[in-house]
Design a protein around this ligand. Sequence first.
Ligand SMILES: Nc1ncnc2c1ncn2[C@@H]1O[C@H](COP(=O)(O)OP(=O)(O)OP(=O)(O)O)[C@@H](O)[C@H]1O
Length: 400
Amino acid sequence: MIDIDSVHVELGDNQILQNVSLQVETGEFLALIGPNGAGKTTLLRAINGLVAPTSGTVSIDGHDISALSSKAVGRLVTTVPQETSLGFDFDVEDIVTMGRTPHRGRFSPLGAADRTAVETALERTETAQFAERPVGDLSGGERQRVLLARALAQETPVLLLDEPTASLDINHQFRTLSLARELADDDKTVVAAIHDIELAARFCDTIAVLDGGGIRALGSPSTVLTDETLEEAFGVRTVVGTNSATGGQTVTPVSDVPPNDTRVHIVGGGERAAGVIARLSTAGIAVSVGILPENDAAVNTARRLAEDVVIAPPFSSPDLDTQRRAAALQDDAVATVLTSVPSTPNQSLVGEADGLVALEGIDHPAATHTTSERNLIATIRRLSGMSEPTDAPQNSNWQR
Ligand SMILES: Nc1ncnc2c1ncn2[C@@H]1O[C@H](COP(=O)(O)OP(=O)(O)OP(=O)(O)O)[C@@H](O)[C@H]1O
């Protein structure tokens, strides 16, 4: 267990960490997220005793880190650093064996426990295949895995990872964080500074958002990852959604280009409509949305990003006033994007778009479009990620 109590760190003349207090329980996986320069690496360095706090304490399993020898610290905590430059003359196995240093006497030969730890670490990180090769010959991502192997060989109760997935391909990003998760499940305490928020949220128990040297938010991914917290910490508007494959959070930065007078009205709901709203907003195009049932998956995205949204109670026909408001928005828009064919067309398709109708699958006769209309439809389709219509409309209600 890590106990960080009121830690302040000054480097040069700069206050880098300010009054950071945080406990990480045994078996917990904490992800540190935050903008560049927030102090994530400095906090990891304070935990492993490489940086001394100007005030406050860091304890691991009840031991004040500042009171321990570096060898004793090395038996409690290990770090996989961001920097992957290593002694290039050493073989991979030599590097991983260095992880055993805190457990060995200065001149004592490798014991059976040391060999087992090194072999296990090489296997778990899939680096056994490189064991005999000079580390200087490996790619950046392979070297990063060797550093993870060295840390595992150290067999400490606390594992710190600084950007462990930075130069890894998606397979090894996934494997590295799965391994970190497994280690936490085996009762290690794991803290990782990670820029990939979605990946962090998927594997960790807790997220701490660091910003300007202090903790802005701390808690489970679902409580911490909010549009407001992320915008305050990172200075960019984001939309937090749900990944339909993993059930985890998705975090999509969006443009803050001010809406101009090109407004597109979006009809239809669900993840698809949410995606179209996000894409068009990202491209700086103002959108309005409606009619959306209150329980629709696109409601949050629409409320956050749309200039206007018309929402109706679920499972009932919208009243006349609601229908008129949606019709007015649609009439004033330069185009309407239909993201799904409504089951009750008259309910959603009140009024006619005053201008163009960009449709997927159905469209009013293309022969009636001018060139500029066709160009606009093509641009909106491209920006919203909608494909070209494949079939001519059958009994479509959509007429100009
Ligand atoms: N030795 C040092 N002397 C002075 N300032 C330093 C020193 N080391 C780091 N800093 C400053 O401390 C701040 C926090 O740095 P740190 O590396 O902890 O941030 P970080 O959150 O890990 O950033 P990144 O996401 O870019 O890796 C930065 O502004 C950095 O310039």
